[in-house]
Design a protein around this ligand. Structure first.
Ligand code: GDP
Ligand code: IMO
Ligand code: MG
Length: 419
């Protein structure tokens, strides 16, 4: 039995879905520990693109039970939509989805507050408006609604009505705003997902459970404690979140695989030292089809950032790296990698010292010759052009973590295993 972890190494959308899909072949449990429907994890199943937001990606393989852990914030309306998607794609999920009793629940009120906060806020975080921040806020204020409350519909209604009253008293919303809230559909969704709500402890802590794969959402630089606050999400997306979000202590984790794109993207507001505003940025965006899987927003693009990646490796305790979307660099004459920053005339190699001043740092780049050919059909590391190998080896050495998997296209077979 092993416990393996997938975490986002950058600002999310690194291709976690594809790698979880690959590794879930060997897993009897796939579990998420944080976040909610702000995530959008893309997988090609029978050559059809499927995007999962809350249900772990392992659902596409029949061998695994999928757990939505207590550290998540679960949106019942969103789960019903995902179930519909599974039905449409003839994926059998019977007895395979567990929403932990103690996961907190997103309601239409939380989504509304999220939208209103975004509209009002001067420093736009650019949230997904999925109610993530307001739901975590209620959790920490100890007024949140939990999945176990859905088992008694009258109790749920009572709790939500009380919470709506608090929102009106606090001017979080106006009574006019409430006109757009459809609670009948919401309560229907709550009833539909009722049968998934259980205690996940007996499964996660059963010695004979088999291999567990833990699926992170978002990315380390969006972590509420370790990311680019306040331009972050409201959970601990880095591996530390696993101990609280699933209750699995750090010393039980066998392999922690960080997912990194071969360049960097970010969606939403906040600092991004290697962001490109030139033709290279546009080229990464268009070849990489960098549009948000959840909101459809254009993702900002930039070169790979070693300073940020090293930080991410430390925070997560990475044992290995999966490098994705290497194929997107196929047609660049020159590829750049940020090796360090300059900040107020000093050389900076550690992200933590400038985390609060990332807007001001100047990235310093090393240039690499591009390979200028398609690598999409490579079947081993040896098949890759010399220039691509140089690029990969440089990243691995500088980050100080072995690159174990390389993804060279969106499809399942477009993967190179280096182990
Ligand atoms: P996640 O949130 O980390 O799971 O990533 P997303 O699904 O939001 O975004 C990753 C996008 O890149 C998806 O559209 C994937 O299909 C696609 N993708 C993943 N790996 C590769 C790859 O190696 N090459 C290419 N071209 N696309 C990839
Ligand atoms: P996956 O799992 C990329 C970003 C939002 C916003 C910030 C806060 O697909 O990698 P939130 O709605 O969480 O309060 O928004 O976090 N964000 C993501 N960016 N990928 C994600 O998930 C994200 N989930 C949230 O764009 O900047
Ligand atoms: Mg995504």
């Amino acid at each position: 039995m092993s416990i393996n972890v997938i975490v986002g190494g950058q600002w999310g959308d690194e291709g976690k879905g594809k790698i979880v899909d690959l590794l879930s072949k060997e897993a009897s449990v796939v579990a998420r520990y944080q976040g909610g429907s702000n995530a959008g994890h893309t997988v090609y199943h029978n050559d059809k693109k499927i995007v999962l937001h809350q249900i772990p990606t392992g659902i596409l393989r029949q061998n695994s039970t999928c757990i939505l852990g207590k550290g998540m914030v679960v949106d019942p309306d969103g789960i019903v939509e995902e179930i519909e998607c599974l039905n449409n794609n003839k994926i059998d999920y019977s007895n395979r989805i567990i929403i932990d009793y103690y996961a907190h629940i997103v309601t239409p009120l939380h989504k509304l507050i999220d939208q209103i906060n975004e509209e009002k806020s001067g420093a736009k975080i650019g949230t997904t408006c999925k109610g993530i921040g307001p739901t975590y806020q209620d959790k920490y204020q100890r007024i949140g609604i939990r999945a176990i409350d859905l088992l008694d519909l009258s109790l749920l209604k009572d709790k939500l009505e009380k919470r709506i009253k608090i929102a009106l008293d606090r001017n979080e919303i106006s009574s006019d705003d409430l006109l757009n809230v459809n609670l009948t559909d919401y309560y229907n969704s709550c009833t539909i997902i009722n049968s998934f709500i259980q205690d996940s402890f007996p499964i996660l802590f059963n010695k004979n459970v088999g291999n567990i794969l833990i699926e992170g959402a978002q990315g380390t630089l969006l972590d509420i404690d370790h990311g680019t606050f306040p331009y972050v999400t409201s959970s601990n997306c880095s591996s530390g979140g696993i101990s609280t979000g699933l209750g699995i202590p750090g010393n039980k984790l066998d392999n922690i695989i960080g997912i990194f794109k071969a360049y960097v993207t970010r969606v939403g507001g906040g600092p991004f030292p290697t962001e490109l505003f030139d033709d290279n940025g546009k080229k990464l965006q268009s070849i990489g089809k960098e549009l948000g899987a959840t909101t459809g927003r254009v993702r900002r693009c930039g070169w790979f950032d070693i300073v940020a990646a090293k930080y991410s490796a430390s925070i997560n305790g990475l044992t290995g790296i999966a490098l994705t979307k290497l194929d997107i660099l196929d047609n660049f004459e020159t590829i750049y990698v940020c090796t360090h920053y300059e900040f107020r005339n000093k050389k900076i190699t550690e992200l933590s010292s400038v985390l609060n001043y990332l807007d001001e740092v100047i990235p310093v780049y090393k240039q690499f010759k591009g390979w200028n050919c398609s690598i999409e059909e490579a079947s081993s590391f040896d098949d890759l052009p010399k220039e691509a190998k140089v690029y990969i080896e440089f990243l691995s050495v500088k980050i100080g973590v072995p690159i174990e998997i390389i993804s060279i296209g969106p499809k399942r077979h477009q993967i190179l295993n280096l182990q």
